[in-house]
Design a protein around this ligand. Structure first.
Ligand SMILES: *[C@@H]1O[C@H](CO)[C@@H](O)[C@H](O)[C@H]1NC(C)=O
Ligand SMILES: *[C@@H]1O[C@H](CO)[C@@H](O)[C@H](O)[C@H]1NC(C)=O
Length: 334
């Protein structure tokens, strides 16, 4: 087997190129989008797979007579039948090197007109089909390849689309679809499922529909709930043209206060009937539950409800953080 000329004197080449330190575009790990143990094809290569473990990419390379990774079966195969983005032909290219259509550093060696063998150029070099060598980055005109998600992810696998805490993607029959979780839920990338909003660390709560009213009835200079947390609210500013504020600002009440829309203020949580996680932003370990009757309380840990417990025939006293025999009712649990 003939080798690219650049392989000769490789060690010297590596020494020369190492000082350039050009980013390879993998700083933002694609596995942040995928649930644990999902296997996808490497978007940068037709011959590699990525297993996502705890949001970090772990690469495997297909070799020998099965140089291509098939995303649907999760196996290395001799040829990909239905993925034109990875079409590599050895026709009329026997004993030559051809480029990996998905990467600048990958190539295939055609041992005959039918057999492609996957290979990779050394770090910081790109394959050049014209010269049949691995060349230094500054000599290469190759740019990072683009990819379609549905060419690297099999059907029916949910993954994050980073377009909002309640949104995700899924490929259906090879076509990328946008999905939205049900109204009380957010998308959790690590499990690939929609879960209670409180369980997702959401940087930017999506705007509820008609958050600032409608064209007919805009909310002007009003505070409204963020529909995700008990402390969070949006401020809808009055617009010069009389339309609803399209970009209301988000803010939240201080620790141990909940937002109350009717009074337009932050109040003691016991006087606010909020259905979202009541442990969020609380310093106490035991807090009142919103369950009718005021006999239940919540056990909090790290701002997340762990469990709801009952005081039995007693009532929960928020100031004492304990069950008491006296009848006690809060607006939160009326
Ligand atoms: C993810 O999967 C790995 C390997 O199967 C396992 O060791 C790890 O505990 C999993 N992580 C979570 C958060 O479940
Ligand atoms: C390959 O090398 C040739 C000759 O040096 C050069 O003209 C061409 O731009 C290179 N192609 C790429 C994709 O870098």
């Amino acid at each position: 087997m003939e080798k690219p000329k650049a392989f000769v004197g490789l060690a010297l080449l590596l020494l020369l190129v190492q000082s350039f330190g050009i980013a390879n575009g993998r700083d933002e790990d694609i596995c942040r989008l995928f649930s644990n143990n999902t296997v996808i094809r490497d978007p940068d290569s037709c011959g590699q797979s990525i297993t996502c473990i705890n949001s970090v990419s772990h690469y495997s390379t297909c070799a020998g007579s099965t140089p291509f990774f098939d995303k649907d079966t999760g196996k290395c195969v001799k040829a990909l039948t239905d993925d034109s983005s990875c079409a590599v032909s050895c026709e009329d290219a026997a004993t030559q090197f051809v480029a990996d259509p998905k990467s600048c550093y990958g190539y295939y060696y055609c041992s005959d007109q039918e057999t492609a063998l996957y290979g990779k150029c050394p770090t910081e070099t790109h394959f050049n089909a014209t010269t049949q060598t691995c060349t230094r980055l500054y000599e290469s005109a190759c740019t990072a390849s683009s990819f379609e998600y549905c060419n690297i992810v099999k059907n029916s696998v949910n993954f994050d689309n980073l377009q909002g805490c309640n949104k995700y993607h899924v490929c259906e029959k090879g076509v990328l679809k946008d999905k939205t979780c049900a109204s009380a839920l957010y998308y959790q990338a690590s499990t690939g499922t929609c879960v209670a909003k409180a369980l997702v660390d959401c940087d930017a709560h999506p705007l509820p529909s008609n958050v600032c009213g409608t064209v007919k009835k805009p909310l002007e200079n009003k505070f409204v709930t963020d529909a995700a947390t008990c402390r969070g609210y949006f401020f809808c500013a009055k617009q010069a043209d009389g339309t609803p504020d399209a970009n209301p600002t988000w803010n939240q009440c201080p620790q141990d206060y909940f937002f109350d829309a009717s009074s337009q203020t932050c109040k003691n949580p016991t006087s606010v009937a909020c259905k979202w996680d009541r442990c969020d932003g609380r310093t106490a370990t035991f807090v009142e539950s919103a369950t009718t009757g005021c006999r239940e309380y919540l056990i909090c840990s790290d701002g997340i409800t762990q469990e709801e417990k009952s005081c039995g025939n007693y009532f929960f006293d928020q100031t004492k953080g304990a069950c008491v025999p006296d009848v006690l009712t809060y607006a939160a649990c009326k």
